[in-house]
Design a protein around this ligand. Structure first.
Ligand SMILES: C[S@@+](CC[C@H](N)C(=O)[O-])C[C@H]1O[C@@H](n2cnc3c(N)ncnc32)[C@H](O)[C@@H]1O
Ligand SMILES: [Zn+2]
Length: 160
């Protein structure tokens, strides 16, 4: 009973102090900013809430491998950093791997100065519910997307 009373006092104190901000996040599960859902091109990454222009959304994570190793492995989750290095983002923990290509994207990838990391930034304000997309670039588009037809919303709209 004493412990329970103490706990209630602690909550009431927290409500009146700055802990109020911390406490609800412990009790309630925070809604994720991004969600993986079905899209026109398989699974895709969607915004659960509005995101302002020029915001860093997510990092494309994975093992950095050589060009030769990338050619040996292949796969659809390779992100080329330069002509020597590629990120293999195939691991499911790399949530950015779900971002699809768009010919009219709302985001763009940016490399850090040492070309070892890739961050995805918004190029415009994004609304809650919008799919996160970026332009995969000419090589990936021509080799992998184009042969089967681009399923981005801009192309689907164009050829309807
Ligand atoms: C990095 S993955 C993106 C996530 C993928 N949709 C999934 O379900 O895992 C890249 C692959 O998704 C598909 N994809 C992405 N954007 C596409 C698009 N605009 N049109 C058709 N296929 C696309 C292609 O199969 C491509 O090789
Ligand atoms: Zn397209």
């Amino acid at each position: 009973m004493y412990i329970l009373t103490g706990f209630i006092i602690k909550i009431l104190t927290a409500v009146q102090t700055k802990e109020f901000v911390i406490l609800p996040s412990i009790i309630m599960k925070k809604k994720e900013k991004l969600a993986v859902k079905r899209s026109s091109a398989g699974l895709g990454l969607f915004a659960n809430q509005a995101i302002k222009k020029k915001t860093r959304v997510i990092e494309y994570l994975g093992e950095i491998i050589s060009e030769e190793e990338a050619n040996r492995r292949g796969g659809k989750y390779l992100f080329e950093l330069n002509d020597k290095k590629t990120i293999d983002g195939k691991d499911r923990s790399n949530v950015a791997r779900y971002i699809n290509h768009s010919c009219k994207p709302n985001c763009y990838p940016e490399l850090n100065s040492t070309e070892t990391r890739v961050f995805i930034f918004t190029k415009k304000d994004i609304e809650a519910g919008e799919e996160i997309t970026y332009d995969y670039g000419k090589t990936y588009f021509n080799d992998i997307i184009k042969p089967h037809g681009c399923k981005c919303s801009a192309c689907l709209e164009k050829y309807k």
